[in-house]
Design a protein around this ligand. Structure first.
Ligand SMILES: [Fe+2]
Ligand SMILES: [Fe+2]
Length: 233
């Protein structure tokens, strides 16, 4: 596989070779919030070389389910809402209960779970209104844009404005995920961790992975395509 690591972005690589995402997750290469950085820069930040990454990815296999470049924006948005938004809401419900329980029970011996409880609360405070804005304002606008072929009336002028806000909110959510990972030392369980403690860290790690994929689809695929579509209307 030959690419120019200086000009290709890490977000493009993740889009073109969806099987690379599992490796990027494992090596903590940021392909979602900072999907615009070059492959070289993303690798440098993660402490690996582009050659190591490309060797690990091997020849790109295009997964049918992940082949979003040929789907409509409406299909992509429906997928984001039915898969990622609904998973996020369920995960928030479960993790909120677990975080509170574990903080009450183990906060005395493990100060990190108090941090987890606080930072997770902040993350929820960001994500809930964020998903609602996407579902009620941004996605319906894109749907109208795509299906009618005309620029819909809007209260926000051009779509670049709400997209800018969504990108900033993704950035903030990404920072909260980094904070959670740092205060738990990469979700490392202490030897005395009970079942709830274990479940909390496992659910948080799952949510982190899902949010990375979710933000990747919006930042690197949906938003750029919606901007281009509006420009032609
Ligand atoms: Fe979303
Ligand atoms: Fe989003």
């Amino acid at each position: 596989m030959n690419i120019n690591a200086e000009t290709k972005t890490i977000g493009e690589l993740a889009l073109e070779t969806p099987n690379a995402i599992a490796i990027m997750e494992r090596w903590q290469i940021d392909y979602c919030c900072r999907g615009q950085q070059s492959v070289a820069e993303a690798c440098r930040n993660a402490g690996v070389t582009p050659m190591e990454l490309l060797t690990a990815i091997g020849e790109p296999r295009i997964e049918q389910s992940g082949d979003w470049q040929n789907k409509t924006l409406v299909e992509l948005q429906d997928y984001i809402v039915s898969v990622h938004h609904s998973y996020t809401r369920q995960a928030i419900e479960t993790i909120s209960l677990l975080a509170e329980k574990v903080a009450n029970r183990h906060g005395g011996n493990h100060a990190e779970v108090l941090d987890v409880h606080r930072v997770f609360g902040e993350l929820v405070g960001e994500l809930m209104p964020h998903m609602m804005k996407e579902e009620q304002i941004l996605f319906p606008y894109v749907e109208e844009l795509e299906t009618t072929g005309e620029r819909p009336e809007s209260c926000f002028g051009t779509i670049a404005n709400p997209i800018r806000v969504m990108l900033m909110e993704h950035e903030t959510a990404g920072e909260k995920l980094v904070q959670l990972r740092a205060s738990t030392n990469g979700y490392e369980l202490p030897p005395d961790a009970c079942l709830s403690f274990r479940a909390l860290y496992e659910r948080l790690a799952d949510l982190e992975q899902d949010l990375h994929r979710h933000i990747h689809l919006e930042n690197n695929l949906l938003f750029p395509r919606a901007l281009r579509l509006e420009a032609y209307r």
